[in-house]
Design a binder for this molecule. Structure first.
Ligand SMILES: [Mn+2]
Length: 474
């Protein structure tokens, strides 16, 4: 273990020289555009940090022959492993600082706070809205756990231009709780710059650790990072607002673009005009382009990512909802992007194709989420063909399991009827009911009818069958 620490120290001592040398090299070669010289404040800070690190590291490993030899004690102490681990942790932190240029941040977007979720009952609506506010806190926690310096929210923090006042207050309070973390907020298309009152209010009430990206101007974070924002002026600007990034001067800093909208040839979440160039990051020399709009996580190029929503909001089948932890070792390096799960609710679309003769109930049960059912929203869409009795059994199964889930919706209208005339006997063998069943059955024949009429007849017949099965037999 001690040998390992020694070798790590040697490596770090070697590394400590490199950032300083790099700066000098850039200046003497004259290839740097914005002219930071070797003795400016930033360089002095780098050099000071390197010297301090080397001294601290030497102190950590030096006193082997001293009477206060803690490394000697380590050999016998039961706390040996614990202390060694702690020293290694400290050394790794130094390794990170000596690098000097490493940047780590969390990229998120599309929280859609206060989204109404009108299709659901009031309880589900409230739970889903609360989950989005919780997501904000979980993002803060994930950023701290991942040692991120700041969080970029790439638009659509709010679902509407005039969200309920209390939601704005809560959101700002949650961000304020993470005092050591910087939150950079970009307007999106739902909360574009046209939402003048909203952004004025946020500007007035926000805590100090919240930075608003309301103009296409460079935002400098610390000594090493430049954020290049492209705030949407209106809901659907129709022009590529990231154009300005190419000519933005940022010196030695990391160049991180922040934008909201659809990428050309890829489309947008809600059908707005998709105009951002897919090669914007490469074209404008960005280290990373943090995008919002698309609610699923997606990489367009190694430097261009949609983080997706941190909490899912549709049955579109996006990948697991979360954020992206982005680490860039030095300007120009390819970012290391790690998805971080955030979302609590699992929106599950079950599109199942049935055909007669298979165990249809088992097919459904196997496809259902096995765990965390109270956090699952399920939309079950059946297609294919089943007999009337099998359809009725499927409906019974759905009714039985629906309460297991936070929300369960079944859509059996796409399921055709396997035409077994004997099934009609199970409705009635004679009388008015049988006459109705016969007439509906006849109407399920496509000959001379529209597909829509046939589907209506099928739905009516399956309902009639299901109702007949519920009645005590005559
Ligand atoms: Mn959105």
């Amino acid at each position: 273990m001690l040998d390992y620490i020694d070798s790590l120290v040697d490596n770090l001592a070697g590394c400590a020289k490199s950032p300083v040398e790099k700066i000098r090299h850039k200046n003497t070669s004259g290839c740097e555009a914005s002219g930071r010289n070797a003795l400016d404040q930033g360089s002095q800070k780098e050099f000071g940090m390197a010297v301090r690190c080397k001294r601290s590291l030497a102190l950590l490993t030096m006193p082997r022959s001293n009477s206060l030899d803690f490394t000697g004690q380590l050999r016998t102490s039961p706390l040996k492993l614990l202390v060694c681990r702690h020293i290694l942790k400290v050394l790794r932190w130094y390794a990170r600082d000596i690098g000097g240029y490493l940047v780590r941040f969390l990229h998120t977007a599309d929280l859609h706070l206060a989204k109404p979720f009108g299709r659901f009952d009031a309880d589900t609506q409230a739970a889903l809205r609360m989950a989005r506010l919780d997501a904000l806190r979980r993002l803060g926690e994930a950023a701290c756990a991942g040692k991120a310096e700041f969080i970029l929210i790439a638009g659509d923090t709010f679902d509407a231009e005039a969200p309920p006042s209390k939601v704005v207050r809560r959101a700002l309070d949650v961000m304020g709780e993470f005092a050591d973390l910087l939150w950079v907020l970009l307007p999106g298309n739902h909360d574009s710059l046209a939402a003048v009152d909203l952004w004025e209010r946020i500007e007035r009430d926000k805590p100090d650790n919240v930075v608003l990206a309301l103009t296409p101007d460079v935002i400098e974070i610390g000594d090493h990072v430049a954020i290049l924002p492209a705030p949407p002026t209106v809901r659907n600007p129709g022009i590529d607002l990231t154009d300005w990034m190419t000519d933005a001067s940022t010196g030695e800093r990391f160049r991180i673009g922040l934008a909201h909208g659809g990428i050309l040839d890829f489309g947008s979440e809600e059908g707005t005009v998709a105009v951002i160039r897919p090669d914007r990051a490469e074209l404008s020399n960005l280290d990373y382009l943090a995008l919002g709009d698309w609610h699923g996580q997606k990489s367009i190029t190694p430097r261009t990512w949609y983080s997706g929503s941190p909490e899912a909001d549709s049955f579109k089948g996006h990948s697991q909802a979360g954020a992206l932890l982005v680490e860039i070792a030095a300007p120009g390096n390819v970012p290391q992007v790690t998805p971080v799960p955030i979302g609590q609710f699992d929106w599950r679309l079950l599109a199942l194709d049935f055909f007669a003769g298979t165990d249809h109930v088992q097919q459904l049960i196997e496809a259902l989420p096995a765990s965390d059912r109270d956090k699952s929203l399920v939309r079950f869409e059946a297609s294919g063909r089943l007999g009337l009795l099998e359809q009725s059994q499927l409906r019974d199964t759905c009714n039985r399991i629906a309460d297991d889930f936070h929300y369960f919706e079944m859509i059996l209208d796409g399921l055709g009827i396997e035409q077994v005339v004997d099934d009609l006997d199970l409705i009635a063998t004679g009388g008015a009911l049988r006459a109705a069943a016969d007439s509906l059955f006849e109407a399920t024949d496509l000959q001379g009818r529209t597909a829509e009429d046939v589907q209506i007849a099928q739905i009516a017949l399956t309902h009639l069958f299901h109702v007949a099965q519920q009645e005590p037999s005559q």
